[in-house]
Design a protein around this ligand. Structure first.
Ligand SMILES: Cc1cc2nc3c(=O)[nH]c(=O)nc-3n(C[C@H](O)[C@H](O)[C@H](O)COP(=O)(O)O)c2cc1C
Length: 279
């Protein structure tokens, strides 16, 4: 689907106010064109795609140059079926996301302090920082930045993908499945493949920039001042794509309820068992 830059901004912000001074180039256009892809052609990743994605991922900034992330690429059908099962949520009727089995590759982005932990202990030192929540955050941020660079690279070579936070539903089972060492956990998965042109993904609108952009000081905005405007855009989007009529606020309420966690409420325990003390 080829749309011009004005149409792109219209799709991103709908009838909310739209910035008119974007400094366009191909890279910016590609970023603003992002959409999560959940329908894939039944073909493997092209030769070199994985290496391209990983080179881009490794080029992301990394806290203190510590490289505390890894990625596990899963293409084996039996393993993918297991991953699909692990995305199961109570609200789903089926056994999990079908597209997880259908995507040619699932990338598991790991916050990985295991390598540096081993290095430090092999030098006779004590990796004290591992016990602190900041170390956990550092490794998780590294994995997220690597993953996002990876997704942008995938999109740049004609692939598409979607994050899978749902792979934290059964975090320990997933760690066992892929043989993760201590001091490592999967922050999120990512389905990657060639988008199916017959089932194109929609570009989802975002709230107006004024909702997220503050100048000099944070300006709290009562939700009633902006949500109504975003709801209109959200409604237009859902109507255009024939999606069930629901409000964004409803989705937020459901998303902050405990049943939605689908096992993620146990994450702290899993993390602690895996070596993160989160002090
Ligand atoms: C960390 C993270 C985890 C996500 N997990 C899931 C997931 O488990 N399943 C899914 O279908 N989409 C998942 N998504 C995709 C979001 O639903 C999607 O990015 C959002 O609805 C906006 O749509 P867009 O990416 O097409 O703009 C996740 C996104 C992020 C950033």
């Amino acid at each position: 689907m080829s749309i011009n830059r004005n149409e792109l901004l219209q799709a991103r912000y709908g009838r909310q106010s739209t910035p008119e001074n974007i400094i366009w180039n191909e890279q910016i256009e590609a970023l603003i064109s992002h959409r999560s892809v959940r329908s894939f052609l039944d073909e493997p990743l092209p030769d070199g795609a994985l290496e391209t994605i990983v080179a881009a991922a490794q080029s992301a900034s990394t806290s203190s140059n510590l490289h505390q992330w890894s990625v596990v690429a899963i293409s084996d059908p039996t393993m993918k079926a297991e991953l699909a099962r692990l995305t199961h949520s109570a609200s789903m009727r089926g056994g999990g996301y079908d597209f997880v089995s259908e995507a040619p590759t699932i990338l598991l982005w790991v916050a990985d302090m295991s390598r540096n932990h081993d290095l430090v202990t092999s030098k006779g030192a004590v990796p004290e920082v591992v016990e602190y929540v900041d170390a956990f955050l550092m490794a998780s941020l590294d994995a997220a930045l690597a993953g996002q660079n990876g997704l942008v690279a995938a999109e740049a070579i004609g692939l598409g993908g979607v994050y899978l936070g749902s792979l934290r539903n059964h975090s320990q089972e997933l760690a066992d499945l892929i043989g993760l060492p201590a001091y490592a956990y999967v922050v999120f998965g990512m389905a990657v493949g060639k988008p199916d042109p017959h089932r194109p993904a929609a570009l989802r609108p975002r709230p107006a920039q004024s909702v997220v952009l503050h100048h000099e000081k944070y300006q709290p905005q009562p939700s009633h001042e902006w949500v109504e405007e975003y709801e209109e855009v959200f409604k237009d989007f859902r109507a255009e794509y024939g999606l069930r009529d629901k409000t964004w606020a409803d989705a937020v309420v459901v998303g902050t309820g405990l049943p939605y966690m689908d096992g993620r409420e146990n994450l702290r325990q899993t993390l602690q068992e895996r070596g993160y003390q989160l002090r």
